[in-house]
Design a protein around this ligand. Structure first.
Ligand SMILES: Cc1cc2nc3c(=O)[nH]c(=O)nc-3n(C[C@H](O)[C@H](O)[C@H](O)COP(=O)(O)O)c2cc1C
Length: 240
């Protein structure tokens, strides 16, 4: 089987890792745990790490919109320059077979840096198509099929999972799965740590449970045959 590409994204503003650094990030702990476990099973796979807190993607601007909505053949050099960052982020996503996103809950939603990443990679004519006259419907995903998405989250309170007391307040997972399914990532797995604000035994139990769930997920995903898509290539990928 050819080497797979993992895109490892962290969005926590906390640079440290929980369990290693004081006041470290739980989502960084979970993404690192997943990648370490994955590498233990499949050491030849390639990992790109994108730290959205260290290198925040640019937000959408008027110039970006004008460039993105101009057909590629009519773009001038300035427009291409406005889209260069988006092009780079899209290329990383296009190559990825597995996308792992570490995402803290900030005010019930995702950090602004992750929203900026989503806005850069969900782009008309690049990752989804739009045609008013299309009989099957005006939108279609343009990324290669077969990618898998893992969302690893953490929250201060508890009860945000489906069926939980605070489920209706949780805007995190849906605000990622919705736009990602739009560009073609429909196979999604979500695992979260809760009780960070309480910092008691419930937090320790939640961390242990989440890490166990990550272990089981890695076992499942590495055991399954992977549909080789055009995103699976054997060439070298530069880390940013
Ligand atoms: C700016 C900010 C906003 C937060 N908003 C919420 C919230 O709405 N609900 C919640 O349960 N926890 C909230 N928290 C707590 C975080 O979700 C929690 O600390 C989580 O572990 C952060 O992820 P990290 O450990 O990867 O940094 C917030 C924390 C920060 C810093």
């Amino acid at each position: 089987m050819p080497a797979l590409h993992l895109l490892h994204i962290d969005a926590s503003a906390r640079p440290g890792v929980s369990g290693i650094h004081p006041h470290g990030s739980h989502t960084r702990r979970l993404t690192r745990h997943l990648v370490d476990r994955w590498r233990a099973v499949r050491p030849a796979d390639r990992v790109i790490h994108r730290d959205l807190s260290r290198e925040p993607p640019s937000p959408v601007t008027a110039e970006w919109i004008a460039a993105a909505f101009t057909p590629p053949e009519r773009r001038d050099a300035g427009m291409n320059a406005y889209l260069a960052e988006s092009d780079r982020l899209i290329e990383e996503l296009r190559r990825a077979d597995l996308v792992v996103i570490g995402v803290p809950m900030y005010n019930f939603g995702v950090p602004a840096t992750l929203k900026a990443w989503i806005d850069n990679v969900v782009r008309v004519g690049a990752t989804f198509g739009f045609d008013r006259a299309r009989a099957e419907g005006p939108y279609w995903p343009m990324l290669p099929a077969g990618k898998r998405l893992v969302i690893l989250s953490s929250r201060g309170d508890a009860g945000y999972d489906p069926g939980g007391r605070l489920e209706s307040l949780n805007l995190v997972e849906r605000s990622i799965t919705m736009p990602m399914s739009y560009v073609g990532l429909t196979e999604t797995y979500c695992i979260a740590i809760e009780y960070d604000e309480f910092a008691d035994d419930r937090l320790s139990a939640s961390i242990a449970k989440a890490e166990g769930a990550v272990d089981a997920l890695v076992q499942k995903l590495t055991a399954e045959p992977v549909e080789v898509s055009p995103g699976t290539m054997s060439d070298e990928v530069a880390t940013p």
